[in-house]
Design a protein. Structure first.
Ligand code: ADP
Ligand code: MG
Length: 260
């Protein structure tokens, strides 16, 4: 039995003469939440796309024990991917509800299960109010959340989410991460996601990957996410301080961004 959900070894990506990623290696086990952090242009999107086989690369990457090349159509149904930006035509002729219902054919899931999951994911994703709206009326961030719910309808084994918090305020961020945590606990889904929010990483991630062309740190946030590492990753203007305790009902502000 393979416990590895995503395995990357000696991975590098070159765009012409430009090296976007070099010598990246890591392992994410089934059921883990792993979060990639790093500044703009660090290669975070490139890494996820290359793992999915959408960008040429050197080295190895496997999802659920297979490389993108080896995966069959049914293997891909076990993998959910929601990109950073999604271009849908403004006149896309479906409502949110219709998109979510049409996304899972009867062959894959019973009507009863479909209904239950629809209720669960649309309420948890805070898209309940949007269900009767046309897709073309939604903001980019709202479309992204709808697509995350749509991906979840299939109950994939692995979800790769590229900056799922675009356009969400801080309260929404917290709810979103609670949602991810809940989904992992209930369904055992493995998550690899990109975030800019170092605070939240400390709270829910089993593993953090600090990326800027190469891996600066990799492991449990409490062990590897030191002030020095974060400064090395983002530059010295990024100040970090730690609170010793977390409020019972609030986010655990282990790390905070401060302007110097
Ligand atoms: P991030 O998601 O961390 O902000 P990206 O992975 O999008 O960063 O990009 C990493 C670097 O690779 C950037 O410098 C970007 O300009 C470059 N890059 C990304 N895609 C391409 C491409 N298709 N061709 C050339 N350069 C690219
Ligand atoms: Mg990106």
């Amino acid at each position: 039995m393979i416990d590895s959900a995503i395995s990357v070894k000696n991975f590098s990506v070159q765009f012409g003469n430009f090296t976007a990623l070099s010598d990246v290696s890591f392992e994410i086990n089934k059921g883990e939440i792993a979060i990639i952090i790093g500044p703009n242009g660090a290669g975070k999107t490139t890494l996820i796309k290359a793992i999915l086989g959408l960008i040429p690369h050197n080295g190895e990457a496997q999802i659920l024990g297979k490389s993108a090349r080896e995966m069959s159509k049914s293997d891909w149904t076990r993998v959910g991917y929601v990109p950073q930006t999604i271009d849908l035509p403004k006149n896309f002729p479906f409502t949110v509800d219709e998109l979510l219902k049409f996304s899972t054919s009867k062959a894959l899931i019973s009507e009863k299960d479909k209904h239950a999951r629809l209720e669960q994911f649309s309420s948890l994703e805070h898209i309940g109010d949007l269900r009767q709206k046309l897709i073309g009326e939604l903001s980019g961030g709202q479309i992204q959340r709808v697509l995350i719910a749509r991906s979840l309808m299939f109950l994939p084994d692995v979800m790769l989410l590229d900056e799922p918090l675009a356009g969400i305020d801080m309260a929404g961020e917290r709810t979103f991460y609670e949602f991810i945590y809940f989904v992992r606990e209930k369904y055992g889904i493995t998550f690899l996601l990109i975030s800019h929010d170092v605070t939240v990483v400390s709270k829910i991630a089993d593993k953090v990957l600090c990326l800027n062309k190469k891996l600066f740190c990799y492991g449990q946030p409490s062990e590897v996410l030191t002030e020095d590492k974060i400064k090395e990753l983002y530059g010295s203007h990024f100040g970090v301080f730690a609170h010793k305790t977390c409020p019972k009902d609030g986010p655990c502000n282990l790390y905070k961004e401060v302007e110097k």
